[in-house]
Design a protein around this ligand. Structure first.
Ligand code: VG1
Ligand code: CO
Length: 561
């Protein structure tokens, strides 16, 4: 085999979003589309490195088009003289496991093939994400360089043979030989590497005895998590075989939307409602998200999950040993964890949406636990959010604190700390242009000096007085620099700041636009009240300010979480 240079020309729009480049499968299948992006990644990743000394991890959620994409990546790695790649067995390696493998094997980075919670299959989405040597998603500075490279690329380097270079179903060492060099390939079973890491974090004996007395139901949503759930929860921790459902990874996720929330994981919620289970959880396609449910389908919002775990971290051996350095949440995540932080005298950091913004804080030893309202929770054991870690963290907490249920734990937490009632409204697949105009309208309205102090009233008579409003710009907590200058969400704070509405456009969609409206209200007395009583009037007021219905034609959200 020989290295060849293939002429190409740039494609528009290869700009990584909140988490990698995500497009319809058909877009990635165009000749040179995937190759261009991978070459651009390598052009950035290999700067300042000796290619033959470089090790990259290649994993993903196994969705449709993963195998042809892995073939292309292997050939391009060889074409660029990369020395060694660690490839996921059968292409299956969850996003948190990729992070764990990069760190455990001291690799220089990794390429993750996933569009996460976006549906898969021939008519679904595909995605490619680059992670750095800390195991975390590349920060903006790197993804901007990759994007810049995609716009000027004229050729890529590959081999004159692309398919059949590796045997992806055979664990162990292989070599791709070509004229003038070779690429060492190791097919890895990441479940073992990931399990070894979890053993250093949790007390497995405690979890095993806890699970001997409890019934749980875990839904892998036909995504990448099946093998991890079976091996770790069932084989290692003794959960019943029937506890693990939808645990065979499918290229199209069985036609489902692999997003663990009340809408797309409704099956699990219904099973929890009728069944005799103490605890339930679901993961997304690539295994970094989690949804936590208690007996009877009691829903724990991701923001509350972050707050409760933060408040109980010391029950977990890893944190007992290493201490709790700080908490972090994305800006739209509810400020429930802030209440915990002030009680426990621990710092809490606010960052823009997307896990890539937590990386430097964890690297600097400032933060031990991070969370996002979008069902992401994780800690500094790796640099990605980690669905199964969150489940084991919850089980550890439940095993350690004396409560009879998830619901009781939440109620105790609220009565001690107060509660943020919270909801996110998503308006999916809108036309892009009107959404852009709507955001401009909102920005103009809320940044007008006359906006602060105005009072709005819902139809049921609740009053909201604007306290503060702004276009959220991120000041990097470590460098003190303002990054990007806004664009991470339009924020309106009402009533002394205890009430908040945020508008933001999604950065993970593959076409059109998705508007997200985040709503929250703090309550210290009626903590067991009804979410809708707090959220609906607030939503009405926020929607009126935004003129969302006029701009998008939408009368109601497609998903509420
Ligand atoms: C969404 C979530 C964000 C999350 C991102 C990636 O982004 O809001 O919190 O980090 O998805 O998660 P956006 O830009 O669509 O709001 V995953 O599990 O899709 O990698
Ligand atoms: Co995901």
């Amino acid at each position: 085999m020989k290295v060849i240079t293939v002429n190409t020309s740039p494609f528009d729009g290869q700009k990584p979003g909140t988490s990698g480049l995500r497009k319809p499968v058909q877009t990635f299948m165009q000749p040179n589309y995937t190759e261009n992006f991978v070459q651009s990644i390598l052009d950035v990743a290999l700067v300042g490195r000796v290619s033959k000394d470089v090790t990259l991890v290649i994993g993903g959620d196994g969705r449709y088009f993963s195998k042809p994409a892995i073939d292309s990546i292997v050939a391009i790695c060889a074409g660029n003289g990369v020395g060694r790649i660690l490839v996921a067995h059968n292409g299956i390696m969850s996003t948190p496991a990729v992070s764990a493998v990069i760190r455990a094997r001291k690799a220089d980075g990794g390429i993750i093939l996933t569009a996460s919670h976006n549906p898969g299959g021939p008519n679904g989405d595909f995605g490619i994400k680059y992670n750095c040597d800390n195991g975390g998603p590349a920060p903006d500075q790197i993804t901007n360089q990759i994007f810049a490279r995609t716009k000027e690329l004229t050729s890529y380097k590959t081999l004159d043979q692309v398919t059949g270079l590796i045997k992806i179903d055979q664990i162990g060492e292989q070599v791709v030989q070509y004229e003038g060099g070779q690429l060492a390939v190791e097919i890895v079973d990441s479940v073992n590497i990931y399990l070894d890491l979890l053993r250093t974090i949790f007390d497995f004996a405690q979890l095993r005895s806890f699970l001997a007395t409890k019934k749980i139901l875990i839904d892998a949503m036909n995504g990448v998590m099946g093998p991890y759930v079976k091996r770790i929860l069932v084989q290692e921790l003794g959960a019943l075989e029937q506890s693990a459902i939808r645990c065979i990874p499918m290229e199209d996720f069985g036609g489902e939307h692999p997003d663990p929330n009340l809408t797309y994981a409704a099956d699990l919620v219904n099973k929890m409602k009728v069944g005799d289970y103490d605890f339930g959880a679901a993961f997304d396609g690539d295994g970094d998200r989690n949804m936590i449910l208690g007996r009877g389908g009691f829903f724990v919002t991701p923001s509350d999950s972050l707050a409760v775990l933060s408040d109980n971290l010391e029950t977990i051996p890893y944190f007992k040993k290493n201490g709790v350095k700080g908490y972090a949440r994305s800006m739209p995540t509810s400020r429930a964890v802030d209440l915990v932080a002030s009680q426990n005298k621990v710092n809490v950091y606010e960052t823009p949406t997307g896990w890539k913004y937590f990386g430097n804080l964890m690297d600097a030893g400032r933060v031990s636990i991070c969370g996002e309202e979008s069902f992401g929770t994780g800690s500094d054991h790796i640099r990605e959010k980690d669905g199964l870690w969150a489940v084991l963290a919850w089980l550890s907490v439940l095993a350690s604190v004396k409560v009879d249920s998830v619901e009781t734990l939440l109620k105790q937490h609220w009565s001690k700390n107060g509660r943020y009632f919270y909801a996110r409204y998503d308006y999916e697949n809108c036309e892009s242009e009107p959404c852009t105009r709507m955001m401009a309208h909102i920005k103009q309205t809320i940044t007008d000096p006359s906006f602060v102090g105005q009072t709005f009233k819902s139809s049921n008579g609740v009053e909201y007085r604007v306290n503060e409003a702004f276009d959220y710009a991120y000041t990097n907590h470590l460098t003190g620099e303002i990054e990007g200058g806004g664009g991470h969400g339009l924020v309106i704070l009402f009533n002394e700041g205890a009430t908040r509405a945020i508008f933001r456009l999604s950065g993970t969609g593959s076409s059109g636009a998705t508007v997200r409206l985040y709503l929250e209200q703090r309550e210290s007395k009626n903590v067991n009240g009804n979410v809708d009583d707090y959220i609906k009037p607030l939503a009405e007021v926020a929607l009126n300010i935004s003129k969302l219905t006029q701009f998008t034609g939408r009368q109601a959200p497609t998903v509420i979480t």
